[in-house]
Design a protein around this ligand. Structure first.
Ligand SMILES: [Zn+2]
Ligand SMILES: [Zn+2]
Ligand SMILES: [Zn+2]
Length: 261
């Protein structure tokens, strides 16, 4: 069986083009230089999992015809990954079911605090769900879990001083917003065929892998293919893709690949 991964967004927190910037990349008309906030769709048969729900979620769902989901997997609570949460309302109103929403306990605590109305307004006075707000079924991702029979393994990662979760599904691992992979996470990445990995830009950054650092991690993990995401406006596809190591690809919105389950 195979799964398909689609980059709904492949950009850093401000997206590319960036507002108020007229650099060469932000002015590029090459669609491979357009990066909405990072997000991925995993499809295995009829099962659809969304990784992160950033501020571009509405546009991404319209663009890629996402009308139903089996679960959301949240990496962390930075605004560029979670601030489209309210737009999940359309999904749950349409499906008339609560949407499983996985994150680490620490991330869920932030989500509860920031989107308090989702908890407070969950039910109407008669006890029925209020479909005008997102109906989310929050679940702690503290170890492997299953969504519609599909095994999902959370991958603890360092993101500067913060901790984030990557996710592994079959041969695919999503390792985004990451400046270091803890030793104990490497065994969970054994045998990965397709590694989606954070790579902000060529220069170093305190909370994200540079392309060089991501390449180093790829050499250790040895996937068949690696897909570099969360890109900023320092990266120009036509100029920089030819500089990538064989098997490594700069992501862009809409790019997809198949991976073994
Ligand atoms: Zn981010
Ligand atoms: Zn720019
Ligand atoms: Zn982040």
């Amino acid at each position: 069986m195979t799964g398909r991964f689609t980059f709904l967004g492949s950009g850093t927190s401000r997206g590319v083009p960036m507002m108020c910037c007229d650099c060469e990349v932000c002015r590029s008309t090459d669609p491979r230089d357009h990066h909405e906030r990072s997000s991925g769709l995993v499809e295995v048969g009829p099962t659809k999992l969304l990784i992160d729900c950033g501020p571009d979620l509405r546009h991404q769902c319209l663009n890629f015809h996402v009308t139903r989901l089996d679960a959301v997997l949240l990496t962390h609570a930075h605004i560029d990954h979670v601030d489209g949460l309210d737009d999940l309302q359309a999904i749950t109103q349409f499906s008339r079911t609560a949407l499983p929403f996985y994150a680490s306990p620490a991330t869920l605590a932030i989500v509860h605090e920031r989107y308090r109305y989702v908890d407070e307004l969950k039910y109407q006075a008669d006890g029925t769900p209020r479909w005008s707000i997102p109906q989310l079924d929050y679940r702690e991702a503290t170890g492997p879990f299953s969504v519609a029979g599909l095994k999902v393994t959370p991958l603890p990662l360092k993101h500067g001083r913060a901790t984030t979760l990557g996710y592994r599904i079959g041969g695919m691992a999503y390792v985004c917003d990451c400046s270091a992979i803890p030793e104990e996470t490497y065994p969970l990445l054994e045998g990965v065929t397709d590694l989606v990995i954070d790579a902000l830009r060529w220069r170093r950054h305190p909370t994200h892998f540079s392309i060089f650092e991501a390449e180093e991690a790829v050499r250790r993990i040895c996937p068949q293919r690696a897909w570099f995401t969360h890109l900023c406006h320092d990266v120009l596809y036509a100029r920089d893709q030819p500089l990538m190591q064989p098997g490594n690809t700069l992501a862009y919105d809409g790019l997809n690949f198949d991976f073994p389950i």
